[in-house]
Design a protein around this ligand. Structure first.
Ligand SMILES: [Zn+2]
Length: 462
């Protein structure tokens, strides 16, 4: 009986000892084990370092996590930090847990961040520190890639001559770039006019149609070419600029007019909030909705198509009487008070009620719907950033995506949107910017300013 008791009490003790030993062995192994080294993958966005080369670094340390990561750009003796990050991690006592085991760091290598960078080669170096234990302090892990440094911009040469441009008007420029250019065109103020391959031109020959915006009274336009790392070449190229005085106009907002236009536009534009009275609603339309429509046109201009779809002058509506011109500066009066100022960015042409509206030129319908201040509207894309807009229609006769030929009837004039009476609002829009339509109606102007520069690859006939 006594033996039995002793045997029984011995067994749990032995189990306990075994258990303690096992735990100690596990703890010891855990303290020694730090797992495989971190994996580091360096991905530059492009295969060279230039003005701005984005770099993505992916790091994984699946065992105990990361303590820090540093990214630097090394060239000779010069090392410049690009990014550095410290991580919170569990103490050595909590040896079973892990901190951040995976991270992605983005950095930017290039001359903008490292003004001392020289042509040749440079190395992107990533160092990752690992979380240790009481018994093991693993070395940091390092990974590098070496890339060529390219700091010279694309070659850019202006070919066309006699660049004369008026405020609010357009012009073409023909130029040549080398292989390294990934993005080129003309910048004027905040507007960007992209370049296109010159039709029938040799490799690297490009053209851009650009405008000096109606609200810019200097010829501050530059031809630019960028490589993949944003090294940029730029040239001034305008020989003559003609500033323009635009017409001043006053618009008296009668109650009858407000009652005519505001409820219709509000009902067709559900996103507009009712401000409780006619004038405030009108002002929201004239300012905010006008601005939103302008932004929508800019967005529409982002998919211009690489080809000119037309080869003849733009046509106006026959017998249209000019009611308002391009870039007229309008002051809005209500009961004798100035309540708003806006610029009228098209031509108002009146004929008879419900007169047929011709497509100004060959193209593809980009928009055909109720469109804010323009009421029932059609926008036609003519390629290479050129679009035409027809507003206030009583009826729309085309659908988006439809091909139209110059002179095709696309609808009838009307007085939808911000219109006091039946007329056509006609606008020419270049890369989202309304420009003076008069030039585009003028075959001589197109022949001289556009077709002559583009050469025989653009088969224009007057
Ligand atoms: Zn108008």
């Amino acid at each position: 009986m006594k033996d039995l008791v002793e045997q029984r009490s011995l067994r749990p003790t032995a189990v306990l000892i075994l258990l303690v030993v096992a735990v100690l062995v596990w703890v010891g192994m855990e303290l020694l084990r730090v797992g495989p080294p971190p994996e580091i993958v360096i991905r530059p966005a492009i295969a060279f370092i230039g003005k701005r080369t984005p770099v993505t670094v992916e790091i994984a340390e699946p065992r105990r996590g990361l303590s820090y990561v540093g990214v630097e750009l090394v060239q000779g003796n010069l090392s410049v930090p690009l990014a550095a990050k410290n991580y919170d991690y569990p103490s050595a006592a909590a040896f079973w847990s892990a901190g951040t085991i995976r991270d992605t760091i983005t950095a930017e290598a290039g001359r903008e961040k490292n003004p001392g960078l020289k042509p040749g080669e440079a190395t992107i170096r990533v160092t990752a520190g690992r979380v240790g234990t009481w018994l093991r302090r693993p070395d940091p892990v390092r990974q590098e890639i070496t890339l060529p440094v390219r700091l010279s911009p694309p070659a850019l040469q202006v070919i066309s001559t006699q660049t004369y441009v008026a405020q609010g008007g357009c012009e073409a420029v023909v130029y040549r770039v080398d292989d390294s250019s990934v993005h080129d065109g003309v910048r004027a103020g905040k507007w960007w006019f992209p370049g296109y391959p010159l039709p029938g031109g040799e490799k690297g020959a490009r053209f851009a149609i650009f405008a000096i915006p109606y609200d810019m009274n200097s010829a501050d336009a530059r031809l630019m070419a960028f490589d993949a790392s944003e090294n940029q070449a730029e040239r001034s190229f305008i020989d003559q600029f003609f500033p323009k005085e635009f017409k001043q106009d006053a618009v008296e907002l009668s109650e009858a007019f407000l009652n005519k236009v505001v409820p219709e536009i509000m009902s067709q534009t559900p996103e507009l909030q009712d401000r409780g009275n006619l004038l405030d609603n009108y002002l929201a339309i004239n300012r905010d909705l006008r601005q939103k429509n302008a932004e929508a046109l800019l967005e529409l201009a982002q998919k211009p198509g690489q080809e000119m779809l037309w080869s003849k002058p733009f046509v106006a509506i026959p017998n249209g009487k000019v009611m308002a011109g391009f870039a007229d500066s309008r002051t809005y009066l209500h009961q004798g008070n100035v309540v708003d100022r806006q610029t009228h960015l098209g031509y108002d042409l009146a004929v008879t009620r419900r007169a047929p509206v011709p497509a100004a030129n060959d193209g593809i319908v980009a928009l055909a719907r109720y469109f804010g201040i323009y009421g029932n509207a059609v926008v036609i894309n003519h390629g290479c950033g050129i679009m035409s807009l027809y507003g206030h229609l009583s009826n729309i006769g085309v659908t988006p995506g439809q091909k139209v030929a110059r002179g095709d009837t696309i609808g009838q004039t009307g007085e939808t949107g911000l219109a006091g009476g039946d007329h056509l609002h006609f606008a020419v829009i270049l890369d989202g910017l309304p420009v003076n339509p008069v030039e585009w109606w003028d075959g001589h102007w197109i022949a001289d300013r556009i077709a002559r520069k583009l050469g025989p690859g653009f088969p224009f006939t007057q």
